[in-house]
Design a protein around this ligand. Sequence first.
Ligand code: GLU
Length: 374
Amino acid sequence: MNTPRLADFRRIVVKVGSSLLVDANAGNCDESWLAALTADLAALYDDRRNLIVVSSGAIALGRAVLKLPNGPLKLEDSQAAAAVGQIALARTWTEALSRHHITAGQVLVTLGDTEERRRYLNARSTIDKLLEWRAVPVINENDTVATSEIRYGDNDRLAARVATMMSADLLVLLSDVDGLYDAPPDTVPTARHLPLVERITPAIEAMAGAAGSELSRGGMQTKLEAAKIAIAAGTHMVIASGRLEHPLRAIAEGARCTWFLAAGNPVTARKKWIAGSLEPKGTLTIDAGAVAALRRGNSLLPVGVVRVDGGFARGDAVIIRGPDGAEIGRGLCAYDADDAQKIKGRSSTDIASILGFNGRAEIVHRDNLVVGLA
Ligand code: GLU
């Protein structure tokens, strides 16, 4: 199989590790490296690609500003350092992107925001809105509030969850290594580089040592975890060296890197997830006009819903049935059962006056809808 080209992708998540962005000795951002990276991002942006940046560096920058001693930090110390460093990190990205007339939007998430469906839907809508406005979301873990149980702790897996949540077709992990080797390349001179991984076998997992560099938490193991999350959801992933000047252009020009190829495309995988892996909690019965609209690929609006059954929460999966009771499809409902009852048969413009808040116009958005099941 040929390895893909960056130009093949429409929605790209780029993860930048602390050790690339933060100069360990000076304790500040490596501005010239960031300028080259943002020039690469701007080229993709100008080519109408949707870009999302997942950037680490809050803790590293915070510890420099606070002049904390070297060595491991206690959890509360790193959280407090992140509170200081995240301001600097956001400013750095805003300034770097604005030189290319690109607006940045800061999004801080925790594990729960991507695992719990209601919060997942909400985070997804916010990031979608930023993309619709042609802003570049710059995402990091909300380190200051995430307790040890609800922390990702590494941005490789966070980036993979963001990429799958946003149905990205590519996740780029910029790292201090240029991909996966069958042995540690710094100690084994004969180590062989793998340009393409089509399946993550136990043999591949055994190749990933636990080593990480001084500033980044994620070694090759967390990158393989990220690859598993990504490819299961249909998102391709590439591990590439961020040490090169213009690291994204370098990938496009064929620099050494490791590709992990997903089998399906993201929409199919996401729809499989909606169709197959969730337990439907209720049913929406819709009229003939709405059935026709759904079959044309549209979202389901409240006006087309004639009946609501079951007790479901916002973001739960529901079955959608036609007037004769036949299953038309399944989807994630943007309202809970009580609110769905209240707005069924009504125009979306009435939602605010009926519910007292300005909810989404679609009761099931087409991105969260699978039509045409048996
Ligand atoms: N969220 C952490 C930070 O910004 C980094 C986690 C990681 O590098 O994986 O400092």
